[in-house]
Design a protein around this ligand. Structure first.
Ligand code: M6R
Length: 369
């Protein structure tokens, strides 16, 4: 049942091209029109929303953070992302024009379920993005968009994360379509780029030998930092979470721009730092800024481990290790840049002799508040 792999986690990491492809399957027609009829909420209702709030925990909340960048850019609707367990204890502002997007792999996370119930009481509409058919959160939600990642057994979420991100892209494009924010041609182009992603994830998986080697070499590391910017920021947070939960190593993710506001004080000789570098083809100067962050930490002795886009030669001079992912539009990049970080954590934890499917103190679905 582990498909020839040593762990479910390894299998699920390798299932990711399929998970993304299956989540895209049957959700648009040949003209690039999204057909999310399954949502159970009418286009009219969706047109009237003026705010989106994503509620989720852990890895699912990082998927929500990626979604914020994409949905705000494509739809011009404000998107807030909040941890479910913080949401209902702070008198949040939600009403019937708010769309709550509850993201949960299991559909049983109590924190998220309670947040959903609270939001419904306030009159908000709730759309669930969920991987488990018929589970409680989609049953109680007004609308549901299933991720088709297939059952995820390992406690650490991998393929469900990529499928969640994919589903939020579909939602964003659907909202842009019905609200007229984008021309149909643009939506079609983004869908075409998305359709190419599964093969690109496969390329990342096929070229993972070096990152695996590094994971084994770093088994004795006691602290790892992760930096990212824009959509690379939640990817950095996810990379850190994977390492904490699997390898029990102190790991922290930061927004690269925040470095000089404090975290750079942590950098000393030999400190490993992963940096998720934005595409050099992006519209703005983000790439240059992150490259200069790498220079700054390198000058202070950091061991810099860089995830960058193929062809990005500017980072080479400052990277002790560099792992390339195929070119893709910036907003879609998390579907690729996350993968080496998952593999790194999985291999490192395995090298330490830990059970990656059942890390200590954790449960697959957290059904208590
Ligand atoms: O089932 P859910 O997506 O609601 O679970 C949320 C978190 O508990 C979950 O993502 C957790 O952080 C994972 N262990 C991450 O690998």
């Amino acid at each position: 049942e582990k498909g020839g792999y040593d762990s479910f986690m390894e299998k699920e990491i390798n299932d990711q091209p399929q998970a993304v492809a299956d989540t895209l399957l049957g959700r648009s027609d040949a003209d690039g029109r999204l057909t999310l009829d399954e949502l159970r909420v009418s286009p009219e209702e969706l047109k009237s929303i003026n705010k989106i709030m994503v509620l989720a925990c852990g890895t699912s909340a990082y998927a929500g953070q990626v979604a914020k960048y994409a949905i705000e850019h494509w739809c011009r609707i404000p998107v807030e992302v909040e941890l479910s367990h913080e949401f209902r204890y702070r008198d949040p502002i939600v009403d019937s024009n708010t769309l709550i997007v509850a993201i949960s792999q299991s559909g049983e996370t109590m924190d998220t379920l309670m947040a959903v119930r609270y939001a419904k009481e306030q009159g908000a509409k709730v759309l669930a993005i969920c991987n488990t058919n018929g589970s409680t959160i989609p049953r109680e939600a007004d609308a549901v968009l299933y991720t088709h990642a297939g059952p995820e057994i390992a406690v650490a979420s991998t393929k469900a994360f990529l499928a969640q991100i994919t589903a939020t892209y579909l939602l964003g494009l659907y909202l842009a379509q019905i609200r007229g924010n984008k021309f149909q041609g643009e939506i079609k182009d983004i869908l075409a780029d998305l359709a190419k992603v599964p093969a690109k994830i496969q390329q990342v998986l096929d070229s993972a030998e070096d990152i695996k080697e590094l994971g084994k070499l770093m088994a004795d590391t006691s602290s790892v930092l992760f930096l990212g910017r824009h959509v690379g920021f939640p990817v950095a947070m996810e990379g850190a979470l994977k390492l904490k939960e699997l390898a029990y190593i102190h790991a922290e993710g930061f927004a690269a721009g925040e470095l000089k506001h404090g975290p750079i004080a942590l950098i000393e000789e030999g400190q490993p730092v992963f940096v998720v570098v934005p595409s050099p083809r992006g519209r703005d100067s983000l790439h240059a800024k992150v490259v200069s962050n790498i220079q700054e930490i390198r000058a202070r002795g950091a061991k810099t481990i860089v995830i960058a886009e193929e062809g990005d030669d500017a980072v080479k001079a400052y990277a002790e290790h560099i792992f390339y992912v195929p070119e893709t539009p910036t907003l879609l990049a998390p579907l690729l840049t996350t993968v080496p970080l998952q593999i790194f954590a999985c291999v490192l934890a395995t090298a330490k002799g830990y059970d990656v499917d059942q890390p200590r103190n954790l449960a697959k679905s957290v059904t208590v508040e």
